[in-house]
Design a protein around this ligand. Structure first.
Ligand SMILES: NC(=O)c1ccc[n+]([C@@H]2O[C@H](COP(=O)([O-])OP(=O)(O)OC[C@H]3O[C@@H](n4cnc5c(N)ncnc54)[C@H](OP(=O)(O)O)[C@@H]3O)[C@@H](O)[C@H]2O)c1
Length: 279
């Protein structure tokens, strides 16, 4: 039995962060399985191109709803915009994300706050908008796209990692609360994935420091995520290699782990303007 509600002409899968990368791949994965999808991000042109592609490739309806999720007014309008299309949200995928890299004290405070607002506040807001109706119908599915970085603190990703840790803790608790109501919740925690993320957020040493076997394509991650949501997997790390690395990390004392991760990233590219090292 799958926890994913069956496709229905009155229902949709709302996917945020769908204009590129993992969100676009999840949209294709869902459309390929016969689901209508409503795609959300700021770049309308990319959303419309994806909608047209899904119509062409899979014969599925996909609507583009451009929205800046950092804008509370635009976010608040989303449920009404979906409703006015005559659709109810059976599946919610919260995938929109941004992430800075660097020493917290050297990063722009406003951009750090935006990460918290996008990946914590907006994710909770969207779950608040759609989860109660799913629970009342006793059917629905929610995927929160977090990150392996949320599973342990990573120097250089203080705010990003903490925002992802929030999504993981929030999603795990939701999963426990909602499984009795017939609603699946999966937190997807990928390792490094080849997407526009690095172009959009500035160069990050993980691009050089992470060995090739750790990298996945957005398509692999999307398939694993949707399969995992169908099984109501609580937390899903889609890469076996990355899972093994996390398991080794759990054996180390936190102090050593932080030192090792900082050294790997620092040694690969980041040097402080003050010339200091992570340790
Ligand atoms: N790539 C990785 O290595 C990796 C690893 C683990 C987890 N993740 C997570 O996976 C998710 C998707 O990332 P990705 O790798 O696919 O990167 P991406 O290609 O840069 O996608 C990020 C998406 O978020 C959207 N977004 C950003 N700010 C937004 C805003 N204010 N309002 C609405 N949408 C916004 C972007 O669309 P617009 O710019 O059009 O708004 C885009 O669709 C993120 O949550 C990321 O943290 C990525």
């Amino acid at each position: 039995m799958s926890w994913l509600p069956s496709p229905s002409p009155e229902a949709t899968c709302l996917v945020t962060g769908a204009s590129s990368g993992i969100g676009a791949a999840i949209t294709r994965e869902l459309a390929g399985r016969g689901y209508g999808v409503t795609v959300v991000a700021r770049r309308e042109e990319q959303l419309r191109a994806l909608a047209a592609e899904c119509g062409r490739e899979y014969g599925m309806r996909v609507e583009a709803l451009p929205c800046d999720l950092l804008n509370p007014e635009q976010r608040a309008e989303l449920p009404g915009r979906v409703e006015s299309l005559g659709l109810r949200v059976d599946v919610l995928v919260s995938c929109a994300g941004i992430g800075t890299y660097g020493r917290f004290v050297e990063l722009a405070a406003a951009r750090e706050l935006e990460q918290v607002r996008l990946m914590c506040e907006a994710a909770v807001d969207l779950c608040g908008a759609f989860a109660p109706a799913m629970a009342a119908r006793r059917a629905g599915a929610i995927m929160l796209v977090a990150s392996g970085i949320g599973l342990q603190p990573v120097p250089g990703y203080a705010t990003y990692g903490a925002s992802k840790a929030f999504e993981i803790a929030f999603g795990e608790a939701l999963q426990a609360e909602l499984r009795g109501a017939g609603v699946a919740v999966t937190v997807l925690c990928p390792g490094p994935v080849d997407t526009e993320f690095f172009a959009a957020n500035g160069p990050q040493p993980v691009q050089r420091a992470a060995p090739r076997p750790l990298w996945q394509d957005p398509e692999q991650v999307a398939k694993a995520g949707v399969d995992g949501l169908g099984r109501n997997r609580r937390v899903l790390v889609p890469s076996r290699t990355f899972r093994a690395l996390l398991a080794v990390g759990r054996l180390l004392p936190r102090r050593l782990l932080l030192l090792a991760i900082g050294r790997v990233l620092d040694g690969s590219s980041l040097t402080s303007t003050a010339g200091s090292t992570w340790s």
